[in-house]
Ligand binder design. Structure first.
Ligand code: PBG
Length: 331
């Protein structure tokens, strides 16, 4: 409980707001480039390494471009980069086998980055949507997204990513039981130190729209993801999912989307006290960036929006603003 203030004028809150020095001295929560994970889109499809229309300022990168991004991250003090592949449409199938190809785009990019910039942590995405002709995160039979069969595929995918040198696996698929299955497969294969950052509380959100354009999944997806991603009307379920994923072997947990779900971030951190991350997703980026480009908002909203995650209790944030934010933080 905060100490109750003495009556005015013994207490004047403005005394500690008078100068920058005093404000700095009593600031409760801070943001640093070290709190950021930078998601990037990688492609080897000729001509696809181009700007993403619904995410102004974000382009898909070639593998070489991803290596340069990792170098940039390292020089800005950003500790981790997260890879999302834009897969050649001809490699997308209903069985999704490209997902566990040791030589797939994501695995090649991971190897290239780890070879060139070993100090950067590489996070990879474990979900089938970039490889699925039907656009879903899991395998589909007769219009139903299968759970246990999808988990088997996701485990294969996770092992291939660990083999390629990923430091952090990010299962974003929301199938039940995947964390436990991945953790035991990783242990059995000798990948004891590969961390799992579970997308534990991932909501079925319209804020993912621009991302689906960026990875080329928008066209394929029929229907929605509501049978596996969370209902935005739920909050206790988020705590149960976090508890479940920690119990199955997640090292860190994520809440996604970010800004509209800060209440969930705060509850998760308060309840569990584990490394907690939020994803400021593509639609949040598009809203802020679109308003900035129109001159409706100043770029100060970047750091303010990220500080909000820290205030809600998050240890770190996945954000497309990572390099801009790091530059702003470094003055
Ligand atoms: C899919 C995935 C999505 C995002 C990350 N992984 C989209 C979805 O679930 O449809 C969204 C990220 C963003 O919007 O920035 N596995």
């Amino acid at each position: 409980m905060p100490h109750l203030p003495a009556a005015f004028p013994a207490t004047r809150f403005r005394r500690l707001r008078r100068t920058g020095a005093l404000r700095d001295l009593v600031q409760e929560v801070r943001l640093s480039p070290a709190d950021l994970i930078w998601p990037i889109f990688v492609t080897d499809v000729p001509g696809a390494d181009a700007p993403v229309a619904s995410m102004p300022g974000v382009s898909r990168l070639t593998v070489d471009g991803a290596v340069r991004a990792a170098e940039q991250a390292a020089s800005l003090g950003i500790p981790a980069i997260c890879l999302f592949p834009y897969t050649d449409p001809s490699l997308k199938t209903e069985t999704c086998q490209e997902a566990w190809n040791p030589e797939n785009l994501s695995n090649r990019a991971t190897r290239a980055i780890k070879a060139a910039v070993p100090g950067i942590a590489v996070m990879t995405d474990v979900a089938l949507d970039p490889y699925n002709a039907l656009g879903h995160d899991g395998l589909v039979r007769d219009g139903v997204v299968l759970n246990d069969e999808s988990v088997e595929a996701l485990v294969r995918m996770a092992l291939a990513q660990a083999e390629a040198g990923a430091d952090i696996l990010g299962p974003s698929d929301m199938m039940d039981g995947r964390i436990g299955a991945m953790r035991s497969a990783l242990e059995a294969a000798g990948h004891r130190d590969v961390a799992i950052l579970s997308y534990a509380a991932k909501y079925a959100s319209a804020f993912y729209g621009p991302f689906r354009d960026a990875v080329g999944a928008s066209g394929a997806l029929k229907g929605d993801k509501k049978t596996y991603q969370m209902n935005p009307g739920n909050r206790d379920e988020a705590l149960r999912l976090v508890a479940r994923d920690l119990d199955e072997g997640a090292d860190m947990v994520m809440i996604k989307p970010g800004m509209p779900y800060l209440d969930i971030c705060a509850r998760v951190k308060d309840a569990f006290g584990v490394p907690t991350f939020a994803y400021q997703v593509s639609g949040e980026y598009a809203m802020l960036k679109g308003a900035m480009l129109n001159g409706w908002l100043k770029d100060e909203v970047i750091l303010e929006s990220l500080l909000a995650f820290r205030r809600a209790g998050c240890d770190g944030i996945l954000t497309y603003f990572a390099p801009d934010a790091a530059r702003l933080l470094r003055g």
